[in-house]
Write a protein that binds this ligand. Structure first.
Ligand code: ADP
Ligand code: MG
Length: 725
């Protein structure tokens, strides 16, 4: 199996990829019902109704919805679409769709193509098997998908896809999108109110997101020869190769031809879908790559990321690849993340996190900069929970990716500035100190972007004109992290405004009031700022001293969902209700258990059916050899001549029985865990009792891999997974 697979890979050559045109602008967004398409296919009223819905979140009335549907259908027909689907993002982590044909038979054996407002606006997918955390019992209320006009419809293959939110009969969110939209609204309101101190023209603030998607590529033949990668997305066995990523020669090296062809191909599809993919390069680990688009409005960026992951998986098959979005497919080399570059932009075209030239504008920058840091400080545990998953546990704190400790990096320049502000603003300000302050604030170089020192070890770093949340996992839906980030920032901005208003009411001038609250926030949030090496053990000790949490595993990280303060936070911001929060907690714990359950089964199967039988077969060969030596040399002399073989046979027996005992133990622990009723207790049992056994089983197996004849070893080895291309 393994050798056949390797031969297959060796005989492959890059696929020839045709792009529709040399100029990207000629096919960018051609599969999207965008501005141009809407102008062409919608009557004026319908067009403006959609525009207003996008900009102001207004409802589209039924008659206009019919007209939008009709225009959409006509446009879709020009693209050859025969089906439509409501596209949504349930809490399983992938996107979901249920296709229906436009075609509808009518009497007399004839048929029509039908798609009206009701089909556009709402659907009732029989989606009863999606996780709902107890909100919805399959036998009672149904779930609905409802059109989200702020994300444009698009075409994949022959299907018109309509982005929707997924809600229960009672209106509770069952997906990632609905809370995200609510958080976007909350941050818009809170941020606009703060902007009003400085600029009356600001009436709307939108969030921007630029994600960077990391992934591994594996050849299809090798993928099929590795049941663990197929089922669990990661290698549960395999000795580390002599050469890993130490030389870092893959990073920014030339992209291998086959991978390059794949990238060109999926990028073309992405561009047609209006996803502005721009950069591509190799990542640190062998066969690891990254793709990043230009940033977009948050809601759209989230959809585009989900869509791109889907497109990549489809296109990969054409190139005999599989894409691994798992956060840690291979132990011992870099894992994959999805950096979330986040900022806030005003309707007047200003990036609120970009330092400006004048003191007045920099007050605005400072307000948002400092409030974001304070938000992270107050709610670090909630942010930590938003990125917790079984997969990401292999990354966070595993001495490589950002640690599980949440901290903020801002660079030397801004650190000095904040420290300076803290000292300067004391009591009532003298005219001189005011001038001094203004000069200081005004001096923030706008070129900061190019010279902020990049601290790659920080989970949350300011990078010149945006914050970069690096701890997000590569397979995650960005919406989870972004919902939390925007909620906590909105919450903090509200508190900020309250303090400033109170101070103004006491007669303090506006600018001074703002600066004083900023100063207070700088002092209060100091503990979360960290400029050093986030991977070191010193940081763990230092963070503990500062009272920062370091929660290494998912079940415990998720505990924060059931805290009273968390409920207060989400409820007051109108993002998640108690029912929704509880449901999410339950779903995430459950999905953690499922993941580990699958890993446990695969681990046991592979150990018993692949590894142990192979070891025994080789051991038998050695035994035969020993018997032969005895025959030739006689028992006495063979003691010496067969000594090495005998030692090997003994060690192999130890390893084999080691594996068998541990697999048995793991099965027992799984049974015990499965018997637990409480989902949290079950998750903890899987985390503490089952999971540690995987590595212990692997340890014996990896030793056997080094002893058994290479010809016999059934699973493609780590070096082959990483370096074959
Ligand atoms: P890297 O972190 O790999 O060095 P860059 O700093 O060039 O890469 O940018 C990474 C990402 O940041 C890109 O996807 C880009 O679109 C995004 N980005 C740039 N400006 C903003 C912004 N104002 N809001 C959100 N994302 C942004
Ligand atoms: Mg980055």
């Amino acid at each position: 199996m393994r050798h056949a697979a390797l031969n297959e890979v060796r005989n492959r050559s890059p696929k020839v990829v045709e792009t529709p045109s040399a100029k990207i602008s000629e096919y960018f967004g051609t599969n999207v019902f965008n501005e141009d398409a809407m102008r062409m296919f919608l009557i004026e009223d319908a067009y403006y109704a959609v525009r207003q819905a996008i900009l102001e979140g207004t409802r589209i009335d039924r008659k206009l919805a019919d007209q939008v549907a009709s225009g959409m259908k006509e446009w879709a027909a020009t693209k050859g679409a025969t089906h439509y689907t409501h596209w949504f993002q349930p809490l399983t982590g992938t996107s979901a769709e249920k296709h229906d044909a436009f075609f509808e038979p009518i009497h007399g054996g004839r048929s029509i193509e039908r798609f009206d407002g009701s089909m556009l606006v709402q659907q009732e997918p029989d989606a009863s098997s999606f996780p709902n955390g107890g909100i919805r019992n399959t036998f009672e209320a149904r779930g609905y998908t409802a059109w989200d006009p702020s994300s444009p419809a698009f075409i994949i293959g022959r299907t018109l896809c309509i982005p929707t939110i997924f809600i229960s009969y009672t209106g509770d969110a069952l997906d990632y999108k609905m809370p995200l939209l609510r958080a976007i609204k909350a941050v818009d309101e809170a941020a606009t109110a703060v902007c009003q101190y400085f600029d009356k023209d600001v009436t709307k603030v939108t969030c921007t997101l630029g994600w960077e998607q990391e992934y591994f590529l594996i050849d299809e033949a090798l993928y099929y020869a590795r049941p663990d990668i197929m089922m669990a997305g990661r290698a549960l066995f395999g000795h580390l190769p002599a050469k890993g990523q130490q030389l870092e020669d893959h990073y920014f090296g030339s992209i291998p031809d086959r991978a390059q062809a794949f990238m060109r191909d999926f990028e073309t599809e992405a561009l047609k879908l209006g996803i502005p993919v721009k950069t591509r390069h190799n990542e640190v680990a062998p066969n690891q790559f990254e793709c990043a688009p230009v940033f977009e409005e948050l809601n759209l960026a989230v959809d585009h990321n989900m869509l791109l992951m889907d497109v990549m998986e489809k296109v990969a098959r054409k190139h005999q690849f599989r894409v691994l979005f798992h956060e840690k497919p291979y132990a011992g080399v870099n894992g994959s993340g999805k950096h979330n570059n986040w900022s806030l932009a005003t309707n007047t075209g200003k990036n609120l996190l970009r330092p400006a030239k004048t003191p007045k504008e920099n007050m605005l920058f400072l307000a948002f900069f400092v409030n974001t840091i304070k938000a992270i400080h107050s709610h670090a545990d909630v942010l930590r929970a938003s990125i917790a998953s079984a997969n990401n546990d292999h990354r966070l704190g595993a001495n490589e990716a950002p640690p599980a400790i949440i901290s903020v990096f801002i660079g030397e320049y801004l650190t000095k500035l904040l420290d300076g502000l803290e000292k300067n603003i004391k009591g009532a300000m003298s005219p001189e100190s005011k001038t001094e302050l203004k000069l200081n604030i005004g001096r923030i170089p706008s070129v900061l972007l190019d010279n902020t020192d990049r601290n790659r070890t920080s989970p949350f770093a300011f990078t010149g004109n945006k914050f970069e949340f690096r701890a997000v996992g590569s397979s995650a839906n960005c919406a989870a992290a972004m919902t939390v980030l925007n909620t906590i920032v909105a919450h903090q901005l509200q508190a900020f405004k309250k303090s400033v208003d109170a101070s103004i009411a006491k007669g303090v001038k506006k600018d001074e009031a703002v600066l004083r609250v900023i100063r207070d926030l700088i002092m209060e949030s100091k503990a979360i700022r960290f400029e050093g090496n986030g991977y070191g053990d010193e940081w763990k000790a230092e963070a503990a001293k500062r009272g920062l949490s370091n929660i290494a595993d998912t079940p415990r990280a998720l505990d924060v969902w059931s805290r009273k303060e968390t409920l207060e936070l989400f409820e007051s911001m109108g993002v998640l209700s108690e029912v929704e929060l509880k449901a999410r907690h339950e779903i995430e714990l459950h999905s953690y258990v499922l993941k580990l359950q699958i890993e446990g089964r695969v681990c046991g199967d592979l150990a018993q059916n692949h590894i142990v039988p192979t070891a025994i077969a080789y051991q038998n060969r050695l035994l035969e050899n020993v018997r032969g030596l005895r025959e030739v040399f006689g028992a006495e002399k063979a003691k010496k001549t067969a000594a090495t073989q005998i030692k090997l046979i003994e060690e192999m027996s130890d390893r084999i029985s080691g594996i068998m005992t541990l697999v048995e133990q793991m099965t027992e622990e799984r049974k015990k865990a499965n018997a637990l009723k409480d989902t949290r207790a079950k998750a903890i049992a899987y985390c503490d009792e089952v999971k540690p056994l995987f590595d212990r089983i692997r340890y014996h197996s990896d030793k056997l891999e080094l002893m058994v004849d290479d010809e016999l070893w059934p699973l493609p080895k780590m070096r082959e997974l990483m370096f074959t291309r």
